[in-house]
Design a protein around this ligand. Structure first.
Ligand code: NAD
Length: 321
């Protein structure tokens, strides 16, 4: 069995490899070659922790396994380690033997950023120049860094519920040589692409804050009850997602479907656009929206990719197991 510890991931994994892995697995999901298993998430009654498993099987990529982990809210204060903790386990689909154990913390941020980037590649207007960020926390920096590679963006505009966090994304924009401006939510109408990545339980980005032709990637809503954008925005937009079942139950579409503004049939798989079975954006004025809920197959795809890189570079730890 191969072990790739968390400390090795930053040197091994690239944004490009994460993007390729996620794009391929979204395509395999839409083609019916890959499927996610039901998610298990439990409050374990110890340390206020939420623990669970996200797994799946990709027949096209021959990737089988699961990500185990969750959220330990006391970690940072009590132990000086991050609150989100996860590990990916890969199995040989031919034999069932354990194949690899891979640190999943940084990979989670990279695969989530790759998902919105894949949506920008396939759905944003080619001439997009202004990118808007709603959110400025840990994930937001990864999101922006990856998104800036998808178009010739000239300006980043940002809004955050906690304005004192905006320098986090301003730093990323500056490092990429792109201008940054803090705006009110009304100012988001200037954006050609908007990424929303917050832990909000109430809509902050309203339908009126989004201009014609914009592509919106909603990346924060991954649990029942969370909400980042007004449900009316989904009614106005053409809606895409990683997985329809998750989008309507734990993703942003849970609200628009719950309020009867759209139906399950209005939510399309991004993988269908990648495969060419859905035409994607059909005009420069159309608003497209990607509801990125986060699926186990994304974790397995990037973990398999990092295992390949570790083996290629002679940095994989092999144990007899
Ligand atoms: P973080 O704690 O670093 O940042 C939280 C962000 O949400 C900050 O910008 C904060 O200002 C904002 N925020 C907090 N309360 C708010 C409120 N009431 N209204 C509006 N904004 C508010 O968290 P993070 O690690 O950046 O994660 C952000 C979100 O992304 C979380 O909800 C997390 O569960 C989700 N997430 C989703 C995926 C996925 O695959 N879709 C993957 C990882 C994380």
């Amino acid at each position: 069995m191969i072990i790739v510890p968390e400390r090795e991931i930053a040197d091994l994994m690239t944004r490009e490899a994460a993007f390729d892995a996620v794009e391929k697995v979204f395509a395999a999901m839409a083609a019916g070659d890959a499927y996610n298993f039901p998610v298990v998430r439990e409050a374990i009654g110890h340390e206020d922790a939420l623990y669970g498993f996200k797994g799946g099987f990709d027949k096209a990529g021959l990737t089988l396994g699961l990500k185990a982990g969750g959220y330990w809210p006391n970690n940072l204060e009590k132990r000086d380690i991050i609150n989100h903790q996860s590990t990916v386990f890969l199995f040989d689909p031919d034999t069932g033997k354990a194949k690899a154990m891979v640190g999943g913390n940084l990979l989670t941020a990279l695969r989530t950023a790759a998902a919105s980037s894949v949506s920008i590649k396939h759905l944003a207007r080619k001439d997009a120049k202004v990118i808007g960020m709603v959110g400025a926390g840990h994930q937001a920096t990864f999101q922006l860094r990856a998104a800036l590679e998808q178009r010739d963006f000239e300006k980043v505009i940002g809004w955050n519920y906690h304005p004192e966090m905006l320098p986090n994304i301003e730093k990323v924009a500056k490092e990429a040589g792109v201008a940054f401006e803090a705006v009110e939510l009304e100012g988001m109408t200037e954006a050609d692409v908007i990424i929303s990545i917050t832990s909000s339980f109430d809509a902050t980005l309203m339908a009126d804050h989004v201009g014609a032709g914009c592509h919106v990637a909603c990346m924060g809503t991954d649990t029942k009850g969370k909400q980042e954008v007004e449900a009316a925005l989904l009614q106005k937009a053409t809606v895409f997602t990683d997985e329809v079942a998750q989008s309507i139950s734990i993703g942003e579409a849970q609200h628009a479907v719950g309020e009867g503004l759209i139906t399950e049939g209005d939510v399309h798989q991004l993988g269908a656009v990648i495969n060419g079975t859905h035409k994607g954006r059909s005009s420069d004025d159309e608003i497209t929206l990607f509801d990125g809920t986060g699926v186990g197959l994304q974790d397995l795809a990037v973990a398999a990719s990092v295992v390949d890189l570790a083996v290629e570079q002679g940095r994989a730890i092999e144990v007899d197991f």
